[in-house]
Design a binder for this molecule. Structure first.
Ligand code: ACO
Length: 356
């Protein structure tokens, strides 16, 4: 039996913030962001909208497209690094809001690797017979991290400038990472198909905790007593801290290595792959992965210009778009790969059901 994707869905907040909008509230430029990352704009959730809201919207669309009812789902896997609140996770919120039964529902915390882990876990549950229909959703609202203060009102078009100099300084301090991210969610519904040669046919998942400091949020954690205090906030410990260059280096080493490994394990080569759905962190990372794998640019699509890095949501959003564009062709081989904070990374191979 193979685990197959029978429907996908996405949720993207309607508000869009361009690089020029960011240039109005911090010391940055469209040219800098675009040339270093490929990002041109990102979708931004309104205050009060959480990852669980976007996740539930994406799940609803995925179920509609799969022609499945909420009652058909017997496991829900939610991947996010930006939960609505510290505890509990978002799985229960999404289960309840999506009208799913009292099923097994749980969060994964593998950041940009979260969706890849979710797909693999869904495949294992389906293959073992423990589940018959699994929904995997990745959702993020990164906006909560952004230290824009009253400048949010300018970004949302609620008032024109001027920008408060204190807010400008804080946003500029965060510009190295703040410009990269966007909000969004994507979901897929998986079931089983009789033919064992279809669906997920191989995967490699890896973790190296010695790279946890490549990108991390040190503050607001229970090693610290109390787990949150003003000293942490003043030290910006609730902000992500990122070693951008080393993160870049590891991502371009680890993703191609995982792709090669899973291909070798399944006795396939890169020439058998029709499409690589890779984590959308940065166009330069995608280009380096493409070169290492020796594939054409059209085989490794990018949508980062429109969404920025949506962490656990990048893979399902891109999958949904490629599906809509008719690029997930029957019988073809799709490779998923991701690298994320932790560090967690890997690759999987998916044989699309149907004959070529
Ligand atoms: N606008 C203008 N200038 C900026 C900005 C900005 N948004 N951000 C940083 N700079 C400045 C820096 O202050 C620095 O100035 P200085 O030389 O005067 O000190 C200069 O630009 C160069 O900064 P670097 O950080 O060295 O820039 P680099 O060329 O390494 O590019 C980048 C930074 C784009 C973050 C790159 O390292 C990268 O892409 N890393 C991968 C990070 C990533 O993808 N993170 C996503 C999360 S994790 C994941 O998804 C895998």
């Amino acid at each position: 039996m193979g685990s197959v994707i029978i429907g996908t869905g996405v949720a993207l907040p309607s508000r869009v913030v361009t690089n020029d909008d960011l240039s109005a509230i911090m010391d940055t430029s469209d040219e800098w962001i675009r040339s270093r990352t490929g990002v041109q704009q990102r979708h931004i959730a309104d205050p009060g909208v959480g990852a669980s809201d976007l996740a539930a919207e994406a799940v609803a669309e995925a179920l509609r497209n799969a022609e499945m009812a909420p009652q058909d789902v017997d496991v829900l896997i939610t991947a996010t690094m930006t939960p609505d609140q510290y505890a509990p996770g978002i799985a229960g919120m999404v289960q309840e809001r999506s009208g799913l039964g009292h099923i097994a529902a749980f969060d994964l915390r593998q950041q940009c690797g979260g969706y890849l882990y979710g797909l693999d876990l869904a495949d294992a549950l389906l293959a073992s017979g423990k589940a018959r229909c699994v929904v995997v959703v990745g959702a993020e609202v990164h906006s909560g991290y952004m230290p824009y203060g009253a400048s949010w009102e300018i970004l949302r078009g609620e008032r024109p400038g001027p920008v408060d100099p204190v807010d400008h300084a804080a946003a500029t301090e965060a510009r190295g990472w703040a410009v990269l991210f966007g909000d969004g969610a994507g979901a897929a519904v998986l079931t089983t198909e009789e033919d064992p040669g279809t669906g997920f046919i191989g995967s490699v998942l890896r973790t190296d905790g010695s790279h946890a400091d490549l990108i991390e949020v040190l503050g607001v954690g229970f090693r610290h007593q109390p787990y949150v205090d003003t000293a942490q906030l003043e030290a910006r410990a609730h902000w992500p801290s990122m070693n951008g260059m080393e993160l870049f280096r590891q991502a371009v080493i680890c993703m191609p290595a995982a792709v090669r490994e899973v291909l070798a394990e399944t006795d396939l080569t890169i020439d058998d792959v029709s499409l690589v759905i890779a984590h959308q962190a940065n166009d330069r990372i995608l280009d380096a992965v493409r070169k290492q794998l020796g594939i054409d640019a059209e085989l490794i699509p990018s949508n980062i210009a429109r969404y920025g890095n949506t962490t656990a949501a990048t893979l399902p959003i891109l999958l949904h778009e490629q599906q809509a564009a008719g690029r997930i062709r029957p019988g073809s081989l799709v490779c998923f790969t991701a690298f994320g904070a932790g560090a967690h990374w890997g690759a999987s191979l998916y044989r699309v059901p149907g004959t070529r």
